[in-house]
Write a protein that binds this ligand. Structure first.
Ligand code: PMV
Length: 329
């Protein structure tokens, strides 16, 4: 099929996991939210069959058909590989083998637990699809899982779902998403510990722990499930003090699981000492980010000052999900 337009763009949001990371891989529930920072992808049709990637967040390069196929055939450490997978999967839907220029930009730090890999895949697929008239959100989300499997072999699908559909979601691997129909009025402070880490390695280390001590793992998983379901009730009741306490409790479960780090624990403590309602690591851990829920009206600057050695930003839940410049999605 021939593209209907020569240029398209799409964006997908970053995400925070409010409750339930890691255990969501094992079909326990998680609560996620997309936030008001995005990955933007512009695609242009080329008159050859090359993919040319220009970005500050993934490996740049020119990939002819051979180079693309080679990359897709076997695992590689190249950060271009998931993008090539995502763009190729979208083209395959339209039986197309055109070449593309792909410009990828991010408004948020990558590799720190904010879902940059899923946002890149979702926005790339949506942008490429819209050259041909568009793909449904369901299709975009499903295809993005192939790219996510390159990033780590056993993704729960939670990141892809929240980056595609947006908003505040309850997610279970075998059941998919359930939107939580509640406007979450509070802002979050996101603190980047500056420590980069690999989601894949952390997810495998948790898998190993589960094998080594199934009893301990199951009890933590059940606690995580209880916390997540209590949090759902608190979100519906708009009880922010309770949501905060549950976030801090969730952090201690993740610490017991062994995926936190001293720096993350320290950030959580500083946040609590400075009046936060709650705080926890978010995403795979091992570094990356902490999210802080602070009282409405709390002076964000006090917290920023207390955490002055780290990069911080204020963020809100955003409800749009993936956005394309075509009306078809
Ligand atoms: O750190 P991130 O943004 O890659 O999030 C990973 C979330 C996990 O629950 C640890 C894994 C998953 O696939 O859900």
């Amino acid at each position: 099929m021939k593209p209907r337009s020569m240029h398209a763009s799409a964006s997908a949001p970053a995400k925070v996991i409010l409750f339930g990371e890691h255990f969501v891989v094992y079909n326990k529930p998680a609560i996620l939210a997309s936030i008001d920072k995005r990955v933007n992808v512009d695609v242009k049709v080329r008159d050859d069959q090359k993919f040319v990637i220009k970005s500050k967040i993934v490996k740049n390069g020119t990939f002819d058909v051979d180079a693309r196929n080679k990359l897709l055939d076997k695992p590689s450490k190249s950060t271009a590989q998931p993008i090539i997978q995502a763009a190729s999967d979208a083209l395959k839907e339209f039986n197309s083998d055109i070449g593309l220029d792909l410009y990828i930009r991010s408004e948020f730090p990558v590799g720190v637990g904010l879902g940059s890999s899923a946002a890149c895949a979702v926005a790339t697929i949506a942008a490429v699809g819209s050259l041909f008239g568009g793909l449904t959100k369901k299709k975009v989300c499903a295809l993005s899982m192939n790219a996510e499997r390159i990033v780590h072999s056993n993704p729960s699908g939670a990141d892809s779902a929240v980056c595609t559909y947006g908003g505040l979601l309850l997610y279970r691997r075998e059941e998919g998403i359930k939107p939580i129909h509640k406007q979450f009025v509070s802002e979050f402070i996101v603190v980047d510990s500056g420590i980069k880490r690999s989601t894949g390695k952390l997810v495998s280390s948790v898998g190993q722990k589960m094998k080594n001590d199934a009893g301990a793992f199951t009890s933590l998983a059940n606690m995580s499930e209880n916390i997540t379901m209590q949090a759902l009730t608190s979100i519906k009741a708009e009880d922010y003090a309770e949501i905060g306490s549950l976030m801090t409790l969730n952090h201690s479960i993740l610490r017991q699981l062994g995926v936190s780090k001293r720096t993350l624990d320290k950030i959580v403590q500083v946040a609590l000492d400075n009046g936060a309602l709650g705080a926890k690591m978010t995403g795979a851990g091992g570094g990356g980010c902490v999210i802080i829920l602070s009282k409405n009206g709390t002076d964000g600057n006090t917290m920023k000052k207390a955490l002055g050695e780290y990069k911080t930003f204020l963020t809100r839940i955003e409800y749009a999900g993936v956005i394309v410049n075509s009306p078809n999605l």
